[in-house]
Design a protein around this ligand. Sequence first.
Ligand SMILES: [Zn+2]
Length: 197
Amino acid sequence: MKKAVRTLVSFLETNRGENDGRSEKEKKLLSEKAPKALLLTCPGSLPFLSADRSALYTVESLGAAVRGCEATLDHGVRRLELPLLIIVGHDGCGALDRAVKLSEGTDAEKAVYEAIAAGLDGHTRAGRKRVLSHIDGQVACALERYGDRVKAGKLVVVGLYLDEAGTLLLTNYNGLKGREALSYGLPEVNESFFLPS
Ligand SMILES: [Zn+2]
């Protein structure tokens, strides 16, 4: 418990208004800044991502699963009308192992694991292929939920893979998959951002 209290105090100390290192001007700018995109990640990958957090509406969930985060995502997509939903799956995601093994957990955890397992292609049960299949499954889930906004041209849903070196690669764009299809469909995106086939 002492360790937990030390962690708590450290967190409180770094968030004291007067010594957080931000000037009044920076604080004003921050309060006026609106997010430009929704970022759905796994707690295991967020520390590795470089991003301007004030420009993002971030949602974290086990395995970056849509299941269990519907209310927060709905608010970002339908109320804030954010035009981009980014779903990041990462190399070595423990949530996928637990989903496939049907590990023990609370009913809420099991519901998420079942949803993850349902989105996986049954033939890709390990390694990078499984992560890619999972990303596709979650993008499909988001497209099903927000298809109306995607069809109206008001939302883009993308799947990104965070590899073992910490590089983000685009693997799914509104359901479009594969390097060839992506480079044909997205000529404005440099090919180096697509996963090599
Ligand atoms: Zn993970």
